[in-house]
Design a protein around this ligand. Structure first.
Ligand code: 4NP
Length: 159
């Protein structure tokens, strides 16, 4: 059971766990900490192609330019994650649908889309920047920063 004095456990989820969710993880950690919300944050991918690899160099670079370090290694979402986390935030509708398929009936984790908290386009996808240029990573960073900030503000107010 979770109790109010336990940290909130948040998992950021994308497809490969090398582009979007490592950035989301770092931003959620930063914004929750800035809001004074005790939390542990991790990330995972629904796919297994990049398991064990560091984040994409373009995500590492955009993070570095904003003062964040990405030093995790990719891992794949497991059924255990639905017990180990309170909230799983998916980057797009496909990630959300894939997570729902894997979710046990008695899952603890609540599933959400990251951009439910983005006032500029609530519930939209965080587009996959993998096949695009570096601009796509800056755009994704801005979406994730807005969303993470609003998510943290909401959690700060939560009882
Ligand atoms: P991510 O991006 O889901 O944001 O980590 C991707 C990374 C790799 C691939 C797809 C998306 N891929 O097909 O290898």
């Amino acid at each position: 059971m979770t109790s109010p004095d336990q940290p909130l456990r948040v998992l950021a989820l994308c497809l490969g766990n090398i582009c979007r969710s490592p950035l989301a993880e770092a931003l959620l950690r930063r914004e929750l900490e800035a809001a004074g919300v005790r939390a542990t944050v991790d990330s995972a991918g629904t796919g297994d192609w990049h398991v064990g690899r560091p984040a994409d160099p373009r995500s590492i670079e955009v993070a570095r330019a904003h003062g964040l370090n990405l030093n995790g290694r990719a891992r794949q979402l497991t059924t255990q994650d639905f017990e180990d986390f309170d909230v799983i935030v998916a980057m797009d509708a496909q990630n959300l649908s894939d997570a729902r398929q894997l979710s046990p009936a008695d899952a603890r984790a609540q599933l959400h889309l990251m951009r439910e908290w983005d006032l500029q386009a609530p519930g939209a996808d965080v587009p996959d920047p993998y096949y695009g240029g570096p601009d796509g990573f800056e755009t994704v960073y801005a979406m994730l920063e807005r969303s993470a900030r609003a998510f943290a503000a909401e959690r700060k107010q939560a009882p």
